[in-house]
Design a protein. Sequence first.
Length: 374
Amino acid sequence: MKILLVGNYEIGDAKSMPRFGEMLRRELEARGHVVRLLRPKGLLGKIGGGPAGGAAGKWLSYVDQYLLFPLWLWAVSRRGWDEVHICDHSNAVYRPWVRKVSPSITCHDLLAIQAAEGRFPQQKISKTGRMLQGWIKRNLLQIKRVICVSGKTADDLRAMGAAAEIVVIANPLNNDFSPASANAVSEAKQRVGLSPDEMYVLQVGGNLWYKNRPGAVRIFAAMQRWEEFAGFRMVMVGHRFTEELAGEVRRLGMESKVIEVKDPDDSTVRALYTGAAMLLFPSLYEGFGWPIVEAQSCGCMVVTSNREPMQEVAGGAAILVDPEQPEEAAAGIAAGWPRRDALRAAGLLNVQRFGRQEIMGGYEMFFKGATDKA
């Protein structure tokens, strides 16, 4: 097949979606398909410092993405592709610019659209942001063939009014997550300020409100009241602490217990997963939940929210807790702690569902089905 993939803006803030597009390109090419990944170029956005460069950078980036790129896509999509696939639902606005072939799309989550509609009071959306999300929603609902990365995302899309053919295909692991060597773990612990024998709880995620990083600190603080966890520290991997998060650490008296690790490389993250006593991932909402699978791939026990899609992704191989009830969550973790070896083993089995070969086979069948109908 000849497959055109429509990817994300090359100077955008997000890392996971560009990686996802590159992974699709690489894996589909390895299966013998002719693949091109087309991404909006930062022609003008770079002048203003990109989307994070203030008003000028944001609006110049909009010109790149919504005025210049559609014309390029219109021209390229006319060249006899069997499949045109938009890799990220936030780019559904490119739908009208695809020629010859009705495009398909991967929907990762609907959080931004739902926030723009006022579902989440924790997240304030500007007027232009609400307009953008409304534009994305209108186009997304007109796409007839959709891959959703979890059952929860598929349910949310149907509840939003989609009448498309919807297939659930989970996200594969983007990187080679597997247990790191003892030396790598020791070196990573030393780099972040842990002693060789020190036990720690790991939290991985950005500062978006639904990642619930302050809630993770509250759960960890509640765990300190249990004898088996009193000597543990907490390593928080991701973006620089917000004022809210830093304030919560101080309020709980956890300054000496909580370690901030800002944007480490993949090898360090892998080693930290391997050496952790557990991953604490008490997210409030997700479209999928990458860290769950990453941790399990490294042999790390997972504690996550008793909500979808976290339960779906964890596959029964995790301690499930209420992310908004710290004391109750700590008690649940203590009760599940004796099963840690069994949970680690179950996690390593669960992640076999997310192998690239299995996932890409699903994509290939999805694309082939559309070609057979044509």
